[in-house]
Write a protein that binds this ligand. Structure first.
Ligand SMILES: [Zn+2]
Length: 397
């Protein structure tokens, strides 16, 4: 049973208090670094809207509030949190809809590349839903068995192909490289057996249509609306697909170490990374990029795209940072860009401190890292791979 009373929830912490904490934090940080962004709120609302948002978006409102977590209650907190998260994501409904279906995988022929091979695969994760993915396997490397990497795309119809080094045009290739949007290539060149799936509602190849532009001609919103109506969520469908892929990878891939699984993604792929790792203990290293922060800013602005919506999550579980804390004590690195216009420096700092506190409480402060890159909404390979390789190296052979 999952109730509001695990931790004797004290009076709610209003958004206004968060705003004050953020101001203090930002002022302190401004004194330490000349690079700190300005201290003003991310957005400002008029008085009526502010009062309303302050009232409904309260940090610490849900039972998963990680700031009240104690070491002794950790295992129960984590178990109950995952159970409730499964329900809120609609995973039980998806499982019910897929009763009797066994996912199948078809793989194309190996295409040799420089230092690795590339195969196109298709997994049927629920009846009639065939999700394409790239399987990249290193060649000529001596490390056996190999760790597994799953790299999840964000918004962008062809991003999953770009992640695996496939481009429709020279300009698409140039753009992908300028934003370091090739994590699959980086993973395979570092010795990971790498899976790069098309993500439902994000990849054109794995999305339902939006006839007449009813959902704004946005694939992800069309997915969201259909999913919500059917008792699912868009995130839930994405987690479902990736879990089925991981099932297959663990059962069928040869020469891999199934105890060493990395999941990473930028933007919408980073949001998926947090949910996937929070729910699935098979993920041993999680690196969400330009995505992991609180659901709302101090003033109540919602950071993530509509398709990341999980109904009732704030009141029935907690903040996104509380969901992310379910990953502890496994290795977790969050990366953000100082010039990322979709996120806010002070809100991110406060959110990451909330997560760091959980890792400290559990005695594994070294397994959590938060770092800032100097650019915008993109991957920062020079930051993330150092952490990943160190983390993978600590997992027992
Ligand atoms: Zn979206």
């Amino acid at each position: 049973m999952f109730s509001q009373h695990w931790f004797n929830i004290s009076p709610h912490i209003p958004v206004a208090k968060r705003a004050l904490l953020i101001l203090i934090l930002t002022c302190l940080h401004s004194g330490l670094s000349a690079q700190s962004p300005p201290t003003k709120p991310f957005v400002q609302y008029n008085e009526r809207d502010s009062l309303y948002l302050n009232r409904i978006h309260k940090a610490g409102r849900g039972p998963l509030d990680s700031s009240r977590l104690t070491r002794t209650k950790w295992e129960r907190w984590q178990r109950l949190g995952r159970e409730k998260l499964q329900e809120l994501l609609g995973l039980q409904q998806i499982a019910k809809d897929c009763k009797g279906h066994t996912p199948t995988v078809a793989l194309g022929e190996r295409i040799p590349e420089d230092g690795y091979t590339r195969r196109l695969g298709v997994i049927e994760t629920e009846p009639g839903i065939k999700i394409p993915f790239w399987l990249l396997e290193p060649t000529g490397l001596s490390v056996h068995p190999r760790p597994i990497a799953i790299c999840a795309q964000g918004h962008g119809g062809n991003s999953w192909n770009n992640y695996a080094g496939i481009y429709n045009s020279q300009s698409e290739e140039d753009r992908a490289h300028s934003r370091n949007a090739t994590p699959g290539l980086e993973a395979v060149k570092r010795g990971f057996t790498t899976i790069v799936p098309a993500i439902r509602g994000l990849a054109t190849a794995a999305s339902i249509a939006d006839p007449k532009g009813r959902h704004g001609d946005q694939l992800c919103r069309a997915q969201l609306v259909h999913a919500l109506l059917a008792g699912r969520t868009a995130i839930g469908e994405r987690v479902w697909d990736c879990q089925r892929l991981l099932d297959w990878a663990q059962d069928s891939l040869v020469g891999v170490d199934t105890r060493k699984v990395l999941f990473t993604g930028n933007s919408g792929g980073g949001v998926l990374t947090v949910y996937m790792a929070a729910l699935d203990p098979r993920i041993k290293v999680a690196v969400p990029s330009c995505s992991f922060t609180s659901y709302t800013s101090a003033t109540g602005y919602i950071f993530h795209c509509d398709c990341c919506l999980v109904p009732r999550v704030q009141v029935e579980l907690g903040d996104f940072t509380d969901i992310g804390a379910l990953i502890a004590p496994r290795h977790l690195m969050s990366v953000h860009g100082r010039q990322d216009s979709l996120h806010h420096f002070s809100d991110v700092e406060l959110a990451m401190e909330r997560v760091a506190r959980v890792y400290r409480k559990l005695g594994h402060a070294e397994r959590f890292s938060h770092q800032w890159g100097d650019q915008g909404h993109q991957f920062y390979p020079e930051l993330m791979w150092r952490f990943i390789e160190q983390a993978i190296g600590t997992i027992e052979n």
